[in-house]
Design a protein around this ligand. Sequence first.
Ligand code: GLU
Ligand code: MG
Length: 459
Amino acid sequence: MEQQERNQQAAAAESVLEKLAEQGVVGVAATWVDNSGVTRVKAVPLRRLPAAAAWGIGASPVFDAFLVDDSITSGRHAGGPVGDLRLHPDLSRLTVLAEQPGWAWAPADRHRQDGSVHPQDQRSLAKRAVAELAGAGLTAMAAFEVEWAVGEAGAGDAFVPAARGPAYGYTRLSERSDYVRDLLVAFERQGVVVEQIHPEYGAGQFEVSVAAEDPVGAADTLVLVRETVRATSARHGMRASFSPKVLAEDVGNGGHVHLSLWRGDQNLFTGGAGQHGLTEEAGAFTAGILLRLPALLAVGAPSVASYLRLVPHHWAGAFQAWGPENRETALRVVAGSPGNQGRAANLEVKAFDLAANPYLVVAALIYAGLAGLRDGARLPPSVDVDPATLSDDERARRGILALPSSLGDVADAFEADPVLTRAFGTELADTIVDVRRAEAELFADATPEDVAAAVRWRY
Ligand code: GLU
Ligand code: MG
């Protein structure tokens, strides 16, 4: 970051101060997401925003080595007490928060003091991935689905569902209609475009889907959506859990990612000659992701709790396979209704959850897809049944593998993947492996109930 850019940033912040003050903004929260999937924050009073925009807000690099319980692993390239980074709020995403009066929010990029990008900055990696895609003449659109469960705030750390109606039941919506209305109002005021919101299958569970946008924007939106749900829940006497497994014996919270690939205004997930209308490019992109799913899980399902969720018959996508509208394969191709396919066709990655850092997720998917394109990867035949209902022999015949079932296994797969580790860079890739192994170690002797309880309110 050169002096001229610093001056421009300060001037840009200066120019919005008055308007923000009129809207009652007192503090600005700058967030980043750590490698364990926890959103971390530093805040400044409004008058400090221009200085923060120009020079960043100080933050230790130690957060790269944070685990979900706030313990710190001694990683190969992170975890020490020395050093300082600067959080640069992205003013283009500066949003006045509807459910936290007096507050505005912006996602931050992490730079070094000399202005260069911190090599382990996840949001900058996502930007780099998008730029590489652009280098291939392509763009992507993405959206994260957010599932969460509401618990009674008065129940301490235990989970007592704060909505009792049945799964997808209108009762659950009507008993919490003020809450869901306030969520819709808040999203609207914050410029988050909601596509649908509904009660989900699990106890006290809800889900919101938002419109697709550029991948970095989609990751930012996930951060904003989650904090909006959290704040609104608190105001209604509830606590929101985004954990992959709120209760050891229930279905989990997914963080499904929708992704489409575009050349100009053509959605490559429709109108092609491949299976289910995929173009050759969308097929190769998808095949690149399918092939690397075990390694990608180290990014998209990055917690011990993720593997309590990622089991058959939970619509979590526990098999390394793809299929049209298949909710038990890790990859689901959504074709959309005839007439609307140009807009709607996309790839849904179901195996991922909200313990994931969304910036790492979009980066990893793009790099995996790009590798598929480069290698001319081809998709195997699609799967249109629940793979768990097939015999072992039949699954083997069709080449369908169960995805790895532990955090340690996916850390190994990630470490062994040359495409992802090269794209992430040695320092970030090693740190991710270090953090995953440390979390596996942290919960090595824990029962599923212990794990669910330990991380229930962390994400
Ligand atoms: N809750 C499920 C999961 O863990 C997903 C349900 C659905 O398909 O929306 O991913
Ligand atoms: Mg759902």
